[in-house]
Ligand binder design. Structure first.
Ligand SMILES: O=C(CO)COP(=O)(O)O
Ligand SMILES: O=C[C@H](O)COP(=O)(O)O
Ligand SMILES: [Zn+2]
Ligand SMILES: [Zn+2]
Length: 321
């Protein structure tokens, strides 16, 4: 099976009450960890590449790694541009073998967001590629866009019909309280549970419900959906790292979103944490070792375990490939 678009995946996910995981890839071990997990659980998967990933690993290397995963796993895999910042970046990925692109003009005024998204959609659709767009800004660091907590705003449901109709986009990322990175909330925004762990404010399901009422059947995307597993935060901190008060989105809330209209859930930070925690531990326990294969192997294995956990417990897409 060649690379696919997300059209059929989203239709089945919407009707089946589950979501597809969209995992960021930057090197071979990450691609392998994710896709081996998906293969074992027969799950459809989206591999996404950011502008930063293309700058780090090179477009061709990433495309070829993902194509290798398609051959090795036989799974339906979407190759998606994450947070495309311009028509030119999107065009370069469309021309270069991606099956899906995101144009993120969410920081621009509404009319300008429509204009640039529409231009990307026209080019993409002419080339058999699908487009994710975004309305509302997430707090935290996005590619090239720094959205401060004060500036961040939830998606305004009253804008979504006009936006989708005028742009022709295939899916829509919305802001309902998720954000990028490992520090999604300040301690001041959270409460604490009996174990003393930070508990973030709940996602705004009321906004999601209103979006769905206005766009019945339309696939919704959640960015910034890492849960920041405390197991790995502790591992990082125990072995020389410093990540105080890192906190993410509780998995039950993501599962709830996946049961409804949310068809794509973006996860990157959790993979980074699993990889970094594992390698830090390895280095601390084996200071004499210096063969990269020896520390990348357990890192890859833990990415695989993490992705399997997400597929079963958060996304619910096991057996759906
Ligand atoms: O949204 C993301 C990529 O687009 C990743 O979000 P996290 O930082 O929560 O993993
Ligand atoms: O949304 C951001 C993703 O986590 C990608 O991050 P990056 O731009 O550092 O590759
Ligand atoms: Zn954005
Ligand atoms: Zn994102």
């Amino acid at each position: 099976m060649p690379l696919v678009t997300s059209t059929e995946m989203f239709k089945k996910a919407y009707n089946g009450g589950y979501a597809i995981g969209a995992f960021n890839v930057n090197n071979m071990e990450i691609v392998q960890g994710i896709t081996e997990a998906a293969q074992e659980l027969n799950a459809p998967v989206i591999l996404q590449v950011s502008k930063g990933a293309r700058a780090y690993a090179n477009h061709t290397y990433l495309v070829k790694l993902v194509e290798a995963a398609v051959i090795e796993t036989g799974l339906p895999i979407v190759l998606h541009l994450d947070h495309g910042d311009s028509f030119e970046t999107c065009k370069s990925c469309i021309d270069g073998g991606f099956t899906s692109v995101m144009i993120d003009a969410s920081s621009k005024p509404f009319a300008e967001n429509i204009e640039i998204t529409k231009k990307v959609v026209e080019y993409a659709h002419d080339h058999g590629v699908v487009v994710e767009a975004e309305l509302g800004a997430l707090a935290g660091v996005e590619d090239e866009v720094n959205v401060s907590a004060e500036d961040s705003h939830y998606t305004r449901p009253e804008e979504v019909e006009e936006f989708v109709t005028k742009t022709g986009c295939d899916s829509l990322a919305i802001a309902i309280g998720t954000s990028h990175g490992a520090y999604k909330f300040t301690a001041a925004q959270c409460t604490r549970n009996e174990k003393g762990e930070l508990v973030p404010p709940p996602l705004r399901f009321d906004i999601l419900d209103e979006v769905v009422r206005r766009l019945p059947g339309f696939p919704i995307v959640l960015h910034g959906s890492s849960s920041v597993p405390q197991e790995y935060v502790k591992m990082v901190n125990q072995y020389g790292g410093k990540m105080p008060d890192a906190v993410g989105i509780p998995e039950e809330q993501l599962r709830q979103a996946a049961r409804g209209a949310v068809c794509k859930i973006n996860i990157d930070s959790d993979l980074r944490l699993a990889m970094t925690g594992t390698i830090r531990k390895f280095f601390a326990e084996h200071p004499e070792k210096f063969d990269p294969r020896e520390y990348l192997k357990p890192a890859r294995a833990n990415i695989k375990e993490l992705v399997k956990h997400k597929i079963v417990n958060v996304l619910g897409c096991d057996g759906k490939a």
